[in-house]
Write a protein that binds this ligand. Structure first.
Ligand SMILES: NC(=O)C1=CN([C@@H]2O[C@H](COP(=O)(O)OP(=O)(O)OC[C@H]3O[C@@H](n4cnc5c(N)ncnc54)[C@H](OP(=O)(O)O)[C@@H]3O)[C@@H](O)[C@H]2O)C=CC1
Ligand SMILES: O=C(O)[C@@H]1CCC=N1
Length: 288
């Protein structure tokens, strides 16, 4: 199976790396990026065909992954629609853009799929949710995403919530990692040692959680020695209602997904409302 990845940015590159690491031959992957200089850098780095012409890349592929930002999806679909064969499969990786809007841009018979995955595809540990019109055989696409992690199939109305939890989810952990590393460095720890410590702690905790059938709240209890250090930390987190804040953050991300679906072109108004497309927490000191 030949695939095309259209719009190799942050997510597209993560998926590309994961697929190559899974053993997919570079000759089976066609990609596009902008500008041409970035396409050349990607081609050189990964040994695959990377251009700027989406239609040319799509012509080569059995499965086309559309990895541009939500506001650019429909324009890319318009570019590739004339060259797609009837048995082509088009998978949108974008947040928010619904199946009906994808199908409306493509020739009759082309299979349309939405996939919500995440940057852990780079480490072949992504959580991917697929949705497609009723009756679609997703076996081939499940196999493709299984190469970069774990794949589930869901109904489309769940996609905004899954985008918040699964797609944006790594950001919650990176936020925590940054805050904990900063706290350690501010307390006098060597930045490199702090980074190693926090990374390994998160990895170990996630593996522990994944290997257990027990709810996270119960595992949390195991660490919380009465009157001990964890209890002191939890007192502060609970006083600040961090659990409620996390719920509200998930809600905000899911609502943004719904907004992206409504707005055409989506990003014009969303950008006007949010000055920075990638808002970051101010950093007091940068770990290495
Ligand atoms: N980042 C993530 O972790 C996740 C992202 N997603 C979804 O993935 C999509 C991409 O997000 P992300 O990777 O963060 O965004 P990026 O902006 O990093 O990647 C998109 C890339 O597409 C390029 N591009 C824009 N227009 C075209 C075009 N017409 N043809 C070819 N390439 C084009 C952009 O170039 P330029 O910058 O020059 O415009 C950019 O390099 C979004 O739809 C998002 O909702 C979903 C889950 C997780
Ligand atoms: O921030 C975003 O909109 C994309 C979708 C999920 C993760 N990143």
């Amino acid at each position: 199976m030949d695939i095309a990845i259209l719009g190799v940015g942050s997510l597209g590159e993560a998926v590309l790396i994961g697929l190559l690491e899974s053993g997919m031959p570079p000759a089976q992957i066609w990609a596009t990026a902008q500008p041409a200089e970035r396409a050349a850098v990607l081609a050189d780095a990964y040994g695959i065909e990377v251009g700027t012409d989406n239609a040319s890349a799509a012509t080569e592929a059995d499965v086309v992954l559309v990895a541009v930002r939500p506001g650019a999806v429909e324009g890319v679909l318009d570019e590739i629609a004339p060259v797609l064969e009837g048995d082509a499969v088009v998978v949108s990786l974008a947040a928010g853009v619904p199946l009906r809007r994808i199908a409306a841009r493509l020739p009759e018979g082309v299979t349309t799929v939405r996939a919500m995955t995440n940057v852990a595809a780079r480490a072949r540990e992504a959580a991917t949710a697929l949705t497609a019109p009723d009756g679609t055989d997703l076996t081939e696409i499940e196999d493709l995403f299984d190469r970069v992690g774990v794949t589930v199939t869901v109904e489309e109305p769940m996609m905004d919530l899954i985008t918040a939890v699964g797609g944006s989810g790594p950001a919650f952990l990176f936020y925590l990692a940054d805050a904990m590393t900063t706290a350690a460095v501010d307390g006098g720890m060597d930045p490199h040692a702090a980074r190693v410590m926090v990374d390994q702690m998160l990895l170990g905790a996630c593996l522990h959680l994944q290997s257990s059938d027990r709810p996270a709240a119960e595992i949390l209890d195991d660490i919380t020695t009465p009157g001990g250090t964890t209890a002191a930390a939890l007192d502060v987190l609970n006083a600040a209602a961090v659990d409620d804040t996390v719920k509200r953050a998930v809600g905000a991300a899911a609502r943004r997904g719904r907004d992206l679906a409504r707005l055409t072109p989506p990003l014009a108004r969303v950008r006007a409302a949010a000055p920075s497309p990638r808002p970051r927490r101010p950093r007091r000191r940068s770990p290495r």
